[in-house]
Design a protein. Structure first.
Length: 436
């Protein structure tokens, strides 16, 4: 059989099939590119150009903290750089054991279990708890990894309206015949920055004998008096959550993830979670460095206080962008999305229903910021729903008030210039007229 070689022009060749998909991605304004960086956030170098970044999830500014670098080096000297094997063979080190105990304490749960990534943690939990005949009831804006985990587990996927506990309860009532039901929600939603109502969801789960799973990747370390996450900020008893998922690669500044829950849950994951069983353990040096992250979260609450000040300042100053049909999502977290309104869409510019114009406008705004040495990526479908393309600004405790002020000034200038140019091209239609 003839092998598929690069340059094969047959319509069914690998090259032609994938090239067509890539061309479609270009046409939809959704083609994504990687950027190679140097330096430490929030200040990066790209191709020799310095940028002030507002798109990193390093919420507490720990990824570049020299204390973590020193702890990482110490961990490498003590335990080596790699785990060498899965946790169940010989890859479970003292560093992993200590870190799991600390993470359990932070989340208020009896035990925790480390995974190599948040994607693997979500897959491990859902595939262990559910199978065919079971149902996962998801918030409509849950992270893609949670949806993928449900599909891979073979369970039925049902969605309830975003942050709507009443709708969740009504759907639970209709699912009474399901063998098992797991309600799944993000704690903080990654693209919108808003927060789930965990007490209300927990009450519905208890009423309908369902289990509650919370992926608090973007809440851990940031929310709550001790940085415990969304449950702590909402004064929810942690035992009302069946499975809590957190990440080490955002506010904690390292890499990896974990699941926290009861003794029985953790033992079940060790026995049945394939992403845990069949994966080399997280680097023990990284686990050791993360212990220093937890020390800083505990000992330096001023980082969270400064972050709250930055959030308030950004929201106060950016509110005026609504006059240009650019709208801040209702978020009290470091994730501050600026959604491009409908008046920016240009019919015929790509996509369906004129949505390509909305996406093109988000890209143009991001490019204008880059020209001013500010980096914030445009977020477009399918990551967010069609017509809601945005700039997803993320604030860090490593930012200064002056840097936020600089961002706001550049953002207003870029938006006014692009708006003026667009209105010239479309005959001078005003923002108010175009958006009504």
């Amino acid at each position: 059989m003839k092998s598929v070689m690069q340059g094969d022009t047959r319509k069914d060749s690998l090259e032609c099939v994938l090239a067509a998909r890539l061309a479609r991605q270009h046409a939809l304004q959704r083609y994504r590119r990687r950027h190679t960086t140097a330096g430490k956030g929030p200040h990066f170098l790209r191709q020799g150009q310095g940028y002030l970044t507002f798109c990193s999830n390093d919420y507490l500014g720990l990824a570049g903290d020299p204390r973590l670098a020193e702890a990482l080096a110490e961990g490498a000297r003590r335990f080596g750089t790699g785990g060498g094997a899965s946790h169940l063979v010989c890859g479970h080190s003292e560093a992993h054991e200590i870190l799991e105990a600390r993470l359990a304490a932070l989340t208020g749960q009896p035990r925790a279990l480390l995974f190599s990534s948040g994607y693997q943690a979500n897959l491990g939990v859902i595939s262990t708890l559910l199978g065919r005949g079971d149902v996962a009831l998801h918030d409509r804006l849950n992270h893609a990894s949670l949806l993928d985990a449900t599909r891979l587990a073979g369970a039925s996927l049902v969605r309830f309206a975003h942050r709507d506990a009443v709708d969740c309860g009504e759907r639970l009532s209709s699912l009474a015949t399901a063998r098992r039901t797991l309600v799944v929600t993000d704690g903080v939603f990654s693209m919108d920055g808003d927060v789930a109502d965990l007490p209300a969801l927990a009450a519905r789960c208890e009423r309908h004998r369902a289990w509650l799973m919370v992926d608090d990747a973007h809440g851990l370390g940031v929310l709550g008096t001790d940085g415990g996450g969304t449950w702590q900020a909402q004064s929810l008893e942690p035992g009302r959550i069946a499975a809590s998922v957190g990440t080490l690669g955002k506010a904690l500044g390292t890499q990896g993830a974990f699941v926290a829950g009861s003794e029985t849950l953790i033992e079940a994951l060790i026995q049945f979670a394939r992403p845990y069983i069949y994966t080399t353990s997280l680097s023990p040096a990284l686990a050791w460095a993360t212990l220093t992250s937890l020390d800083i979260v505990r000992d330096e609450p001023e980082r969270r206080a400064h972050l709250s000040t930055l959030i308030e300042r950004f929201r106060l100053q950016a509110a005026g962008l609504a006059e240009l049909d650019l709208h801040l999502a209702p978020s009290i977290t470091p994730i501050q999305p600026l959604i491009v309104g409908p008046s920016w869409s240009v019919p015929g510019s790509g996509g369906q229903g004129g949505q390509g114009g909305n996406e093109a406008a988000a890209l143009a705004l991001a490019a204008a910021l880059e020209r001013a040495a500010i980096w914030c990526s445009a977020i477009r479908p399918p990551t967010v729903p069609a017509g809601t393309s945005r700039l997803r600004f993320t604030l860090s405790a490593a930012h200064t008030l002056e840097e936020v002020d600089r961002l706001i000034g550049v953002l207003f200038d870029a938006a006014r210039r692009l708006r003026s140019a667009r209105e010239t091209l479309t005959g001078g239609t005003s923002t108010r007229e175009a958006s009504t």
